[in-house]
Design a protein around this ligand. Structure first.
Ligand code: SER
Length: 600
């Protein structure tokens, strides 16, 4: 049974109570770190301990930085591991974690007593609703008897409420990378005493005792080394705790989600419960990621964000939602979380990023859907092609045309993806094995990976150079021909006289300036006439297909330094081009000049 005084404890009160409780016990309150971590071993921040990693391993001094060996925080976290479970009662991508941490300040006794005191005395949860697990031991790490005894003998939990679990459940550490790790004790709370008696409960708090440093070993196992100073790292999911304190059935009914859920429901009544939950989770998570500076892209964390946003957009189409979900979510998140996380108040910028992704997606979708119509069944290879050309990730094909991808093997798709990543550093497009060339676009030729990288850099340099030529010599400059080898780029253009030394220098400076700015080099797909209208450069001689790629060097198409119709490949960022120089100029015909350029 819930006690009256704990009904409806608001999330802001829970955060405050937690931090104050540990402050009173000698902890320094540290603000949440960004979702985009400094730590290169992880893509996104997944736990409260992450910003404190250096203190556990003795690389930084907590006394110097905090004036204490103990800290506490409410941390923004994001976990991709739970993405497929979003929609049930408790799993989320973005969530908040309340934690207390110690780097050699205290150990198991204090950590367990305080946790119990907070749950039972501070929050007023009936002790009958509480049960715990401890690490049961294995051949490598002994059973955590100390924690067991604290729970049983000091706190008085009956043996039936203390379960011993294996390494898989009660040992925490980094997956796939290295870091502090150790046995855990987990606290479960059941919604009611009756449910607790039936052995039910939700895991709300994980207490980790970092005794070791783990490294992945050559096989599939881990190597454990004893840490010099053992540390405490605890994490409690705010949303799950709110279920218990607000007497709700699931995280989406708590005050952390209700305002957003009801706005979506209002905008589109009658949505399926699961759809509603996925939308709320993904919208909220995306907004927090963008607020911390992440931008949608095709790799790493940016790709995770893109997947979230594109799923929201596909749901919008699939479920016929006409309301502007991005605007309503941005407003709702600001109202609900702005006080605690001021970065989400930056609504204009956040919305711009979301809207830009929406327009990119819509363009790609029109073309992608046409492409999909051609297939009865989509193989892993097809799916990858569709992703690469139209930007529709495989996860979205599952939503859009589930019947066409039902035979698609995810492993085979992942293989395609991997294969692509290996060769995509330069965006390999054509493979002419028989002729000894791995790339031959007519304009670019390369026989091996090294050459491919070089011609790709020269290719991007050629785009920058054409723009620079027009800026210095005037808009009468038009491309008449281009040929790129590993040594140089050769470019023919309409112009009637020799360039002066000063003009040559200006052109080189403009190109090198754009290189130094390290502009992203990407493309959008567009109908040909729209592409021409956009001001993108193109060759008058060439025949283009109806849908073309417009490659641009810059942060968006409008403000790009250069934009040009082109099949690629290009470097991902202009800095990769290196230092550019014009090496030669000559006349090829009346009114046509030829210049050569090199990169170093
Ligand atoms: N690092 C542990 C977790 O994430 C406890 O904070 O569960």
């Amino acid at each position: 049974m819930l006690r009256d005084n704990i009904l409806n404890m608001q999330s802001s009160e829970i955060r405050k109570k937690f931090l104050d409780f540990f402050k009173e016990r000698g902890h320094v309150i540290v603000p949440s770190s960004s979702l985009i971590p400094d730590d290169p071993s992880v893509l996104l921040t997944t736990a409260g301990m992450q910003q404190f990693k250096p203190y556990y391993v003795g690389k930084a001094d907590p006394m110097r930085d905090f004036g204490s060996k103990n800290t506490t925080s409410a941390q923004k976290c994001f976990r991709t591991s739970d993405i497929d479970e979003v929609g049930d009662k408790t799993h989320l991508t973005f969530f908040e974690m309340l934690g207390n941490f110690s780097f050699g300040g205290y150990w198991k006794k204090e950590a367990i007593h305080w946790a119990y005191e907070f749950i039972v005395n501070e929050l007023g949860i009936d002790r009958e609703r509480v049960s715990v697990t401890v690490f049961g031991g294995d051949s490598e790490v002994p059973q955590d008897k100390e924690s067991y005894n604290i729970w049983h003998k000091e706190i008085g939990l009956p043996e039936s409420k203390i379960k011993k679990h294996s390494r898989q459940d009660n040992f925490w550490g980094p997956t796939g990378s290295e870091g502090p790790c150790g046995p855990t004790t987990e606290i479960y709370v059941a919604p009611t005493v009756a449910e607790a008696m039936a052995g039910k409960g939700v895991e709300v708090w994980n207490l980790v005792f970092n005794e070791y440093y783990c490294r992945p070993s050559a096989g599939s196992g881990q190597v454990l080394e004893k840490l010099e100073i053992p540390g405490v790292d605890t994490g409690m999911g705010l949303e799950r705790l709110a279920i218990m304190l607000q007497g709700k059935d699931n995280v989406f009914e708590t005050d952390l989600f209700q305002p957003l859920i009801s706005k979506i429901e209002e905008a589109k009544p009658g949505l399926d419960e699961k759809v509603l939950r996925v939308l709320a989770d993904h919208l909220r998570a995306s907004i927090f990621l963008v607020a911390d500076g992440l931008r949608p892209s095709n790799k790493e964390a940016g790709y995770i964000l893109r997947r979230l946003l594109r799923r929201v957009l596909v749901y919008g189409i699939k479920y016929d939602i006409h309301a502007d979900l991005f605007s309503l979510a941005v407003e709702s998140v600001k109202e609900n979380f702005g006080k605690w996380y001021p970065e989400v108040k930056n609504t204009k910028e956040i919305l711009n990023v979301l809207m830009e992704e929406k327009s990119k997606f819509e363009k790609a979708l029109v073309l992608g859907v046409k492409e999909i119509e051609k297939y009865d069944s989509i193989s892993a290879k097809d799916a990858f092609y569709i992703y690469e050309t139209f930007g529709l990730p495989w996860e979205l094909l599952k939503e859009l045309v589930p019947e066409k991808v039902k035979n698609l093997d995810q492993n085979a798709y992942d293989e395609e993806f991997k294969k692509h990543q290996e060769i995509s550093r330069a965006g390999l497009e054509k493979k002419f094995g028989g002729h000894g060339l791995i790339l031959d676009t007519g304009e670019l030729k390369a026989a091996n990976q090294e050459e491919l990288e070089k011609v790709t850099r020269l290719h991007t340099a050629t785009h920058l150079m054409q723009e620079a030529l027009r800026r210095v010599l005037g808009p009468e400059v038009h491309q008449m021909g281009s040929d790129i080898t590993v040594e140089r780029t050769r470019f023919d253009f309409s112009f009637s006289r020799k360039l002066t030394d000063e003009e040559v220098k200006k052109i080189e400076d403009l190109v090198n300036g754009a290189v130094q700015e390290d502009l992203p080099m990407t493309f959008v797909l567009m109908p040909l006439d729209e592409a021409k209208k956009s001001g993108a450069l193109y060759s008058a001689k060439e025949k283009y297909p109806e849908i073309v790629k417009v490659y641009y060097a810059g942060h968006d198409l409008k403000t790009a330094f250069s934009k040009e119709l082109c099949g690629g490949p290009h470097v991902s960022n202009t800095l990769k081009v290196g230092k550019f120089k014009i090496s030669k100029q000559e006349a090829v015909a009346a009114g046509v000049r030829r210049i050569r350029g090199v990169v170093a």
